[in-house]
Design a binder for this molecule. Structure first.
Ligand SMILES: [Zn+2]
Ligand SMILES: [Zn+2]
Length: 316
């Protein structure tokens, strides 16, 4: 009975807060004369994930999660995080390296499990780089205030997806037909997304399901924070864009390398986000390892630091 009440409360809180927040974002955009629409699909998707994560916290407190289900959720966090960072970001958008089709397929599955659609992701991200931190950047935190503010933070974090600006579509120039496995996405996106929940549930029962909602909520917000915190907090590169090298953007993306967002804006085609050999960037290390195996090649090195044996073992 208590579980059911908490479950219903989680649904109510998640849907209620998301709808109210989307409405507030829309009003804020209207105030500054920017037309926007509600994305009902995103509002529904985000509300469901949030409701599941809220209930997942309750389940963890009352029933607890086993070591096995925690490790599987951590593994799926890595797969989905690398699918987004190495697959969608460094390969599909910036063409920072070439890879065997098996590697590209695995990265695609990771991104789909993480709830990301390729054409939408890549075209939004290309526009982000083309119009960086101007009014036409889909998720700039400086839309309402040139110095950044709380509204800019929440809008760049998630508001831009819940209430997108339709006129931005006309600015997108991405040739989506060139994205690997774009044709198969319509068949595999939903099955991969659902498998990310079904596999843990089949192995660990209810705890596998609820921890998967927590895993999804965590990776989504870490990804969102690249657009919000990655442009607001941390260290800027001198004379470069408004993007920052974060002091801390979540454990997962700190490890994967996306915390070095200022490096990335300074040298977009570079496959490595942490340029120095000791910068923590699991994406870089995976590329180096796959390069040794001959599964990855034509890796783009940083322009600013010449490749050397010390900095980049792959170049040796
Ligand atoms: Zn980028
Ligand atoms: Zn950025």
């Amino acid at each position: 009975m208590v579980h059911m009440l908490v479950f219903m409360g989680s649904l109510l809180l998640a849907f209620g807060s998301t709808i109210l927040f989307a409405d507030a974002c829309k009003k804020k955009l209207t105030e500054i004369g920017i037309p926007s629409v509600y994305s009902k699909g995103m509002i529904f998707f985000y509300s469901i994930i949030t409701a599941g994560a809220l209930y997942g916290v309750w389940y963890g407190i009352t029933e607890g999660y086993s070591f096995g289900s925690f490790m599987l959720a951590l593994f799926f966090s890595l797969i989905t995080g690398l699918g987004i960072s190495l697959g969608l970001h460094r390969h599909d958008t910036h063409r920072s390296f070439k890879a065997h089709s098996v590697i590209l397929f695995v990265l695609s599955v990771g991104a789909w499990m993480g709830g990301m659609r390729k054409a939408t992701w890549v075209s939004n991200h290309e526009l982000h780089h083309a119009k960086e931190d101007t009014a036409h950047d889909p998720h700039t935190p400086y839309l309402f205030n040139k110095d950044g503010d709380w509204w800019g933070f929440v809008y760049s974090h998630i508001g831009w997806m819940l209430v997108p600006r339709p006129y931005l579509e006309t600015l997108k120039k991405t040739d989506t037909s060139k994205i690997p496995f774009i044709q198969t996405e319509q068949y595999l996106f939903l099955p991969c997304l659902i498998l990310g929940f079904i596999i843990p549930a089949a192995l660990f029962g209810w705890e596998g399901l609820w921890i998967s909602f927590l895993r999804m909520f965590y990776v989504l917000h870490i990804t969102f924070s690249i657009n919000s915190a990655g442009h607001l907090f941390g260290v800027r590169l001198q004379g470069k864009s408004l993007s920052r090298n974060g002091t801390w953007i979540g454990a997962l993306f700190t490890m994967i390398g996306e915390r070095y967002h200022a490096n990335h804006h300074a040298d977009q085609r570079c496959a490595f986000l942490g340029w120095r050999w000791f910068d923590v960037d699991a994406g870089k290390w995976l590329l180096i390892a796959l390069g040794k195996l001959g599964l990855v090649w034509e890796v783009k090195y940083p322009k600013h630091i010449p490749p050397s044996h010390d900095n980049f073992p792959l170049a040796a």
